[in-house]
Ligand binder design. Sequence first.
Ligand SMILES: [Zn+2]
Length: 72
Amino acid sequence: MKMHPHFEIDYLLGRSDCQLAEIITSPTDMQQARRELGELQDKGQQYLVVGDCDNTNPDGSCAGHPSTAEEV
Ligand SMILES: [Zn+2]
């Protein structure tokens, strides 16, 4: 089972813009990113998955993916 790493949204909102930019690595400005994180919290999400995840739990964390052959 493969899991994507995730961050607590509370933790992310407590970072400085500079630190946040390193974690999120998206081209959006950090004010916009903070607003979007707040919207996720309003929807009940606690976590933000890092990477391209297509299987998330209702709380926003990764629900896991079946292992592929290259994984042990
Ligand atoms: Zn995932």
